[in-house]
Design a protein around this ligand. Structure first.
Ligand code: GRF
Length: 197
């Protein structure tokens, strides 16, 4: 049984997709042991509690330095003896110590077809604003292993999504979530849990 931790910062729709996928059998051989957020107000934590999953907050506001926060985050993660860490809209840079300790055990969902519209400054709506500004006809989402770079680790899965006339960043973001993110992340977790990656 794969022990999974999910790191979140916001609304948690990707987390919800993971929780629902475990419930409906799309994900097998895995258990969501904990949801950890840097943001005490993240609705994702409510989603975890509603699902009887441990919900923890490790906030940078509670530590004098970034180094102390990084150490507290890693200690919290270590305490759950996780086999896989899933970044589902986690907006904090992962410390290099954590990447080294959990090499190829951290995955991230990014709302574009990497290498397009990724890297420093490309997160949330900004990704979709850039896609619309460039005029691409296809965008999508990518699940990848996390390495020391930003959105630069080995790609696991990708799924293309059409950009339609009249799309706003918000409309496009929702379509990419519905048609790609919420499908790919559970699929990647299930593949890892069942030795397919
Ligand atoms: C999603 O757009 C995801 O692609 C990005 O951050 C957002 C998280 O949304 N990594 P949610 O918190 O899962 O609703």
């Amino acid at each position: 049984m794969l022990r999974v931790g999910v790191l979140v910062s916001g609304g948690g729709t990707n987390l919800q997709a993971i929780l629902d996928a475990v419930d409906n059998g799309t994900i097998t051989n895995a258990k969501i042991e904990v949801v950890i957020s840097n943001n005490a107000g993240a609705y994702a934590l409510e989603r975890a509690k509603n699902h009887n999953v441990a919900a923890e907050c490790v906030s940078p506001k509670n530590y004098a330095t970034r180094e102390e926060f990084n150490e507290a985050l890693l200690d919290k993660i270590d305490s759950y003896n996780l086999d896989l860490i899933v970044l589902a809209g986690f907006l904090v840079k992962i410390p290099e110590s954590m990447i080294a300790k959990y090499r190829n055990k951290i995955v991230n969902i990014h709302p574009s077809l990497i290498p397009s519209f990724c890297g420093v400054g490309y997160y949330g709506l900004k990704v979709h604003e850039a896609a619309l500004a460039r005029g691409v006809k296809l965008t999508g989402a990518t699940v990848h292993f996390v390495d020391e770079g930003m959105d630069s680790g080995p790609i696991i899965l990708q799924k293309a999504v059409e950009v339609l006339p009249g799309d706003t960043p918000e409309i496009l973001q929702r379509r990419v979530m519905e048609q790609a993110e919420w499908i790919l992340l559970p699929q990647a977790i299930d593949m890892i849990a069942n030795g397919k990656i």
